[in-house]
Design a protein around this ligand. Structure first.
Ligand SMILES: [Fe+2]
Length: 239
């Protein structure tokens, strides 16, 4: 699957382009609902159709890690956790939709990363690390050309920024990091820790949550960690 195909799948969430907007932003949907910033609002698509399309988006996004036994399903699991956090935060429909797209495609930039680097069981060399660090930029570039997807591109670009400013690619800190990016990092961190990697075994959910608590305020947004602990912590206890 080409990168263009993946980006097209994310953009193709409507019946096709409507008439151009005054600011040059095309309308995705024109079926009677309100639109804000060119993004469809509730009433444009009913919830069932939207869910169906988002599941298609997740399935396509999982092609990012196709054939990688360690990362299989990572994109859709991260998207599912982001949906839980969006519920907990009470985000509006527009934000939920944009977050769902960004979460599904957050790692799409890995499509151009050499497989030997992604599956290397030992410590990466500096040039290999550079190749890994560029994946948020590459992923964002796929969406940056479409004004409707600008927030999706931004969310993807910054999903490895750390709350204390020591992340990449731009070293943003705290609230300067887009909210969607901070949410994705919480979800991705949990999924990464609770699944096997070539260099370590999966951690039990309780241990992963404990480590996330430790990195609240340094790596992760402490408020979002609280929300995530409330959601997933309750699930882990109820298993
Ligand atoms: Fe990533």
């Amino acid at each position: 699957m080409t990168r263009a195909t993946l980006a097209g799948a994310a953009a193709g969430i409507g019946d096709g382009p409507g008439p151009p907007e005054p600011g040059g932003v095309p309308a995705l949907l024109t079926r009677g609902g309100e639109r804000r910033g060119g993004v469809p609002q509730r009433g444009d698509l009913d919830r069932e159709s939207e869910q169906l399309l988002l599941h298609v988006v997740r399935a396509v996004a999982d092609a990012t890690h196709a054939g990688d036994p360690y990362m299989s399903g990572h994109s859709s699991r991260v998207a599912a956790h982001c949906e839980q956090i969006a519920d907990s935060l009470g985000l509006g429909e527009r934000d939920r939709l944009l977050l769902a797209l960004a979460a599904a495609f957050h790692d799409v930039g890995y499509l151009s990363t050499p497989t030997y680097i992604l599956r290397k069981p030992s410590v990466l060399a500096e040039d290999e690390m550079e190749e890994v660090r560029v994946h948020p930029v590459r992923g964002a570039a796929l969406f940056a050309g479409d004004p409707i997807l600008a927030e999706v591109a931004r969310a993807i670009r910054h999903h490895h920024e750390r709350f204390d400013g020591s992340g990449y690619p731009d070293g943003l800190r705290a609230e300067a990091i887009p909210l969607f990016s901070r949410i994705i990092l919480v979800a991705e961190t949990y999924d990464a820790m609770t699944h096997h990697r070539p260099y370590r075994r999966a951690l039990p959910p309780e241990e992963a949550l404990r480590r996330m608590q430790e990195s609240a305020g340094s790596q992760l947004d402490p408020e979002l960690v609280k929300h995530f602990l409330a959601i997933v912590g309750a699930e882990a206890v109820g298993r």
